[in-house]
Write a protein that binds this ligand. Structure first.
Ligand SMILES: Cc1cc2nc3c(=O)[nH]c(=O)nc-3n(C[C@H](O)[C@H](O)[C@H](O)COP(=O)(O)O)c2cc1C
Length: 153
């Protein structure tokens, strides 16, 4: 069994809706060899990351950055994980009012330090959550879970 961790934060529900679509994709009936764990960045810790064979992060863009909750997660796991999660496959979902580039840059800076591997293009949903955004998130979840199951990462 491979392990997929989803860590996401949402204040008003839109990132949570995207995260649910990621989960729906990862739970596609064609995929059977992947166990999922969902955690808030306020409580997820280094043990969750050591458990994970891949991680998907979800965050709104706040003040041109990732959410404070996701930053808090990185603040706590960075040094405990630095020597243990290098090469960890990860993917990112961002919900923003604008283009989400501030959140993207902020996450990439930290995961570059951690030496995680971005194995799928980030999904950035700008404006209202719509069918296309939900479909992209569902596809992302399915791609990561299927890739894990197939041993691609
Ligand atoms: C305090 C705060 C700061 C925000 N800053 C930005 C920002 O810098 N850029 C942006 O595109 N959207 C910004 N937004 C809009 C949120 O990214 C957007 O409303 C998002 O959908 C919220 O996600 P959530 O419903 O999962 O909490 C901000 C929202 C809040 C509450």
């Amino acid at each position: 069994m491979k392990h997929l961790l989803l860590v996401h934060h949402s204040q008003t529900g839109s990132t949570a809706a995207l995260a649910q679509a990621v989960l729906d994709g990862a739970r596609d009936e064609a995929i059977s060899g992947v166990e999922l764990r969902v955690a808030s960045p306020l409580s997820a810790d280094a043990e969750d990351l050591r458990w994970a064979d891949a991680v998907i992060l979800g965050t709104p863009e706040n003040f041109g950055y990732m959410s404070g909750a996701l930053k808090y997660f990185f603040d706590r796991i960075y040094y405990p994980c630095l020597d243990h999660t290098q090469g960890l496959p990860y993917a990112l979902v961002i919900k923003a009012g604008n283009d989400g580039s501030g959140a993207l840059t902020s996450v990439r800076r930290i995961v570059t330090g951690l030496r995680w591997r971005e194995v799928q293009a980030p999904v950035i949903v700008s404006g209202e959550v719509n069918a296309a955004g939900l479909a992209a998130c569902r596809e992302l979840g399915m791609a990561i879970a299927a890739g894990l199951e197939a041993g691609l990462f």
